[in-house]
Write a protein that binds this ligand. Structure first.
Ligand SMILES: [Zn+2]
Ligand SMILES: [Zn+2]
Length: 330
């Protein structure tokens, strides 16, 4: 469905007939850059998944080049760059437009080369830079309907090239296949992502109050997982700056993952593909890189992991991190 037939640029998959989405049909094409597989297709056929993955990268036999660079992570803004030979995506746009441009420039990337921005949810630290970005660049913005509607209400005057997906559906942007799944957080319809390129998979699990079975199952495919390690529970409880209501919100089942909770998710992935954990969204007051790393490493060792089984990194708020090769070493 191109923009000509839909002046507002919205893709509305649920207005199409269910029959049109049988698993035997090819993916639906919308816009110039992306195509989408609906949720109903998603789990119905392992063959579909295999063929989807094979079209997104070099397939089983090639060395897929797939990279993650965290441009910034924390309550002051979140944005990550994902690159393949054909595609450049941002996951969230919560830094200022100026910072996103500067940090992309440091990575050698021109903003005009960004093929899409994937949004986890509408909170300012994930979407706050989008208005200015979209005034400057016509980058497609991928979000579910409730997230898109929330952002449209906040900035009715700013046109964005929305590409609306259904939570739980899969879609592709050029050679990247994107799986979406629901996470519990106090936003309209927050999601996590697993991005696939060839046989390589990157999980994005932030922000969420607790790790659901669904979220854990989805990210099990990932060799690299960006996971929220927001706070140390004791430091948060003892924090004197935050009102009790704020602390309760952070600790609630629709708040943020603690170091212990993140470490628990990673421990549950030890028998899977996981080779690298990137801890993100650290609280400035109630956490530290050292504490988050120590908590994670201790838990993984306690679960019987070898010292070198999983690399553990912490994403920084102020400076871009290393360019991680998904499925390889940093
Ligand atoms: Zn949030
Ligand atoms: Zn956040």
């Amino acid at each position: 469905m191109g923009r000509d037939s839909n002046p507002r640029g919205l893709f509305r998959p649920n207005t199409l007939s269910k029959r049109a989405h049988s698993t035997t049909l090819p993916p639906i094409r919308f816009g110039r850059r992306a195509r989408i597989l609906r949720g109903k297709n998603r789990s119905a056929s392992a063959e579909n998944r295999e063929s989807l993955l094979d079209t997104c990268g070099s397939g089983a036999h090639g060395a897929a080049m797939f990279f993650l660079t965290i441009l910034g992570s924390g309550s002051a803004g979140n944005c990550a760059l994902v690159e393949t030979p054909q595609t450049r995506l941002l996951v969230d746009g919560g830094l200022s437009c100026m910072q996103m441009r500067k940090r992309l420039a440091a990575c050698g990337v021109n903003p005009l080369e960004i093929d899409g921005i994937l949004l986890t949810h509408e909170h300012g630290d994930h979407a706050g830079g989008l208005d200015v970005w979209c005034k400057n660049f016509h980058t497609p913005v991928y979000a579910n309907a409730l997230t898109a509607e929330a952002l449209k209400r906040q900035s009715p005057g700013v046109r964005k090239d929305w590409r609306v997906f259904v939570t739980g559906s899969d879609f592709t942007v050029k050679d990247v296949a994107v799986q979406t799944f629901s996470v519990p957080h106090d936003a309209m319809d927050p999601v996590g992502f697993v991005l696939h390129h060839g046989r390589k998979a990157l999980g994005v699990l932030t922000d969420l109050g607790f790790a659901t079975k669904l979220a854990c199952e989805r990210v099990r495919q990932a060799q690299t997982l960006l996971i929220e390690a927001n706070h140390d529970e004791k430091l948060l409880q003892n924090d004197t700056k935050r009102p009790w209501a704020t602390k309760q919100r952070i600790m609630s089942r629709h708040g943020h993952l603690s170091n212990d909770a993140a470490a628990g998710v990673l421990a549950g992935m030890l028998d899977g593909n996981l080779r690298r954990a990137v801890l993100g969204h650290l609280s400035r007051d109630c956490n530290s890189a050292e504490l988050a790393t120590r908590t994670t490493r201790a838990r993984l060792l306690a679960e019987g992991a070898r010292e070198d089984a999983v690399e553990v990194f912490v994403a920084d708020q102020r400076t871009p991190g290393p360019r991680f090769a998904i499925g390889g070493s940093a």
